[in-house]
Design a protein around this ligand. Structure first.
Ligand code: FE2
Length: 194
């Protein structure tokens, strides 16, 4: 219908990239050493994390290549959304380890603008689930002829090794129970005011 106009307002941008060749066994081994030394269980979730105990993981030389992958992915995010990128910085980065059945409850990241995850070890199963920001505000759910990325309330992403996913920090997300040991690196990004 050419006399009817449609705008998509307030879209939620998520970008991801897959760089499995970046993740070396020695990087995973180093992550395990860090986790065994620093991690605890800071959430009401079945997960070991350094989020409260060691929050500058990306400053370690051992994660330099992963940091480069994340910056590459961030560049694509900024290009698509027109966010100014030259004053962005990492405000936190930490490791997470899920044993079989481990998971994280629904949450968002406070005190940052963008957030993300990078998978170091995983079986590639579905893991990260994003929930629509409007999920709790829609009084009556429509019946849809088909479900797609524009009308669904939840979207799942697989946990491929070397996958980096970046999303707005306000976006609620959770992880599915792991089917085998999974290690991920999470991060927050914010900007310095000019
Ligand atoms: Fe998170």
């Amino acid at each position: 219908m050419s006399d009817v106009f449609c705008n998509v307002l307030f879209p939620t941008f998520i970008v991801y990239t897959d760089k499995p060749e970046t993740v070396k066994q020695e990087t995973v081994n180093f992550a395990k050493i860090i986790i065994s030394e620093y991690a605890n269980k800071p959430f009401h979730s079945n997960c070991l994390s350094t989020v409260k105990t060691l929050g500058n993981i990306l400053e370690y030389d051992q994660f330099a290549e992963i940091r480069n992958d994340i910056i590459h992915c961030l560049g694509a995010y900024c290009e698509r959304t027109k966010i100014v990128k030259n004053n962005l910085r990492f405000s936190g980065s930490w490791l997470n380890l899920y044993n079989e059945h481990g998971y994280q409850d629904l949450h968002a990241h406070s005190g940052s603008m963008l957030s993300g995850v990078y998978y170091l070890k995983s079986d590639g199963e579905k893991d990260l689930i994003f929930q629509s920001p409007y999920h709790f505000y829609q009084p009556v759910e429509p019946d849809y002829e088909e479900m797609n990325l524009e009308n669904c309330s939840n979207v799942e992403y697989n946990s491929n090794v070397g996958r980096c996913i970046i999303f707005p920090s306000h976006l609620m997300h959770r992880t599915l129970p792991a089917k085998s040991e999974r290690i991920s690196l999470s991060f927050n990004i914010t900007h310095d005011y000019r």
